[in-house]
Structures are given as C-alpha cells and as structure tokens.
Design a protein around this ligand. Structure first.
Ligand code: NAD
Length: 293
C-alpha cells in the first residue's frame, strides 16, 4: 500500500484516483474546485486542504491538470518544495513538450524520478481503468510508476526520455484531427455526388480509406451506432480539446522545425469551428462546419 498525492481531480483525475483507491492505496487529493474534490472524496480519497499537504510524505505524486502553465506552477511552487526523498512524480496532463522537459529538469535537480505520462481513452477509459499511458522519462522512473499506471490503464508504453510521452500524444492527436477532417470531407463529397453514406462506409471500411475515424467514430449518423454522430454529437472528445492538442502540435512543430501543413490546416478549421460555438461539441461535429466552408 502506497501513499499517493493526487492534484487535479477533474473529469479525468477523479476516476483515475478512484482506481488507485480500488487498488488498495491511500490517496490524498487536492483540487482548487470544491465540486471536483467532492467527487474524489466520494470515490474514497482523503481530501487535503492544499497541494502541499497532499504531496508531503507521498510515495507517489500524480497530477492531472488542464495545461502547461498549471503544471509548471504546481510543480515549481508546491510539489517540488514539499516532497520527501524517494517520491516518484507522474504528470498525466496533456501539455507542451518544452514545459514537460522543464519540469523534468527541475525534478532531476531535486533528485526525484519523474514521468510525463499523458493518456488517451477519455473519461470512459478513466472510469473503466483502460487508459493508454504514453510515458517519457528514465527506465527507472518508468519501472517505479508502472504498477500504479497499470491500475488506471490497460496499455502502458515507455515512449523514451523526458517529454517523449507528450511528443507521442500530440503526434497521435495531430493524425487523429487530420484523419477526422479527411473522413468528414469524404462523406460531404459523397452527399454531393449522390453516393449513399452507408455504401461509402461499407466500401471504404474494407478498402484503403479505412481508419479509426471512419470505423469507430464515424462522423455521420448510421454506420457506427456508438459514434457521437448518433447522439447529436455529444462528446466524447470535445472540439475544444482537439483544438488544444492541435495547437500543441503546431507549437512543437514550430520549435522543432518540422513541416506539418495539414496539421496547420486542421488547427485553422478547428479554430473556426470552436470560435463559432462548437467548442463543447464532439470533435466529429466539425463535419457540419466543413459543409459551410
Ligand atoms: P478538468 O478541467 O475536468 O480537470 C482539471 C482539474 O484541475 C480541475 O478540476 C481544476 O480545478 C484543477 N486545477 C486547475 N489548476 C489547479 C491547481 N493549481 N491546483 C489544483 N487543481 C487545479 O480537465 P480533464 O478533462 O480532467 O483534463 C485534464 C487533462 O487531461 C488535460 O490536460 C486534458 O487535455 C487531458 N485529457 C483529457 C481527456 C478528456 O477526455 N477529458 C482525454 C485525454 C487527456
């Protein structure tokens, strides 16, 4: 049984903390939102009054925060000054690679093993304990964190050194954003050409156009009954979250000098969709906006 300090128990963090409690660990949770903290308490976590209190004496620290600025501030001001010797740090937030590497460097100065370990699988995966973790950090940090990640996820991959988890996450989500737009465009073109949607699905899902955005998350109602298109595009994974990840990918491409023209275009199209009120809609709902471009 380990003592775990968990900071950021929102939509993702609360069910992840619940799975650590189910795994027999003692979780001390802190969140700025009382409502979020209350959900973690319902799941069996003890509530701390401050982040410092949550992580003091913790064997493991898990953070699940909105963005890079929150992660940087929480590690610089609260986590790193308060942890004891031997604490292992796991940041599961999706953030920019540069901030992830900066926080890794500070943790190394403090002598604390650290992983950036962003996830995919969404809120359903967080509840079911079936998340995919993409981890960046040393082999030793990965091995120490792994038993805890296994309680929250089904697939746990060591992607490489500091920041490699974040790099994997944004590369994957850039592919997903571009791929979703390509599937939406194909259905919009099929409509104009008088080709039935189901026929396009039946053919492309068995042909070279086959991909996850088509076969699992089809953006038109009908062919895949569980896709958000059949539920008025209720998320799922919101367009605002997709835009956040596409922006992180563009930032990383800029600082690494990588050419990503379709990633850039996908970011523009999701920006327009979000600015026109689509932020809370599932990201496959971009099909409607693409019809009007
Ligand atoms: P959320 O907004 O529901 O939760 C974040 C929590 O952090 C909030 O409860 C907020 O009050 C808390 N917080 C912010 N600053 C804090 C601070 N200084 N101290 C303590 N608590 C603080 O967001 P979420 O959906 O749980 O997402 C968390 C992260 O996971 C994000 O980086 C997101 O990109 C990533 N993610 C989300 C999903 C998803 O489907 N929701 C999927 C994969 C990855």
């Amino acid at each position: 049984m380990a003592g775990i300090g968990f900071i950021g128990v929102g939509n993702m963090g609360a069910p992840m903390a619940a799975n650590l409690v189910k795994g027999g660990h003692v979780v001390s949770a802190f969140d700025l939102s009382r409502e979020a903290a209350a959900k973690a308490a319902e799941a069996g976590a003890t509530l701390a009054d401050t982040a410092v209190e949550a992580v003091t004496n913790a064997d493991i620290v898990v953070t699940m925060l909105p963005a890079g600025a929150h992660v940087r501030a929480v590690y610089e001001n609260e986590v790193l000054p308060a942890i004891g010797a031997g604490a292992v740090l796991i940041d599961c937030s999706t953030i920019d690679v540069d901030t992830a590497r900066h926080v890794h460097a500070l943790a190394a100065e403090r002598g604390a093993p650290m992983l950036d370990a962003p996830v995919s699988g969404g809120i359903m995966g967080a509840h079911a304990g079936t998340l995919t973790f993409m981890c960046g950090g040393s082999e030793a940090a990965f091995n120490q964190a792994r038993p805890f990640l296994d309680l929250m996820g089904k697939t746990v991959v060591h992607a490489g050194g500091a920041g490699a988890g974040q790099a994997a996450k944004i590369c994957n989500n850039m592919m997903l954003g571009i791929q979703m737009i390509s599937v939406c465009e194909a259905f919009n073109l099929a409509d104009k050409l008088g080709l039935e949607r189901q026929k396009l699905f039946d053919i492309a899902s068995q042909a070279s156009g086959q991909c996850w955005s088509l076969t699992t998350y089809c953006p038109v109602p009908g062919p895949v009954p569980t896709s958000p298109a059949n539920n008025d595009y209720r998320p799922g994974f919101t367009a605002a979250m997709m835009l956040k990840d596409l922006r992180l990918a563009q930032e990383a491409a800029g600082s690494a000098g990588a050419e990503t023209p379709l990633g850039a275009r996908a970011e523009e199209l999701y920006t327009r969709f979000v600015e026109n009120g689509g932020g809370g809609v599932d990201f496959s709902g971009v099909i409607k906006a693409l019809r009007d471009v």
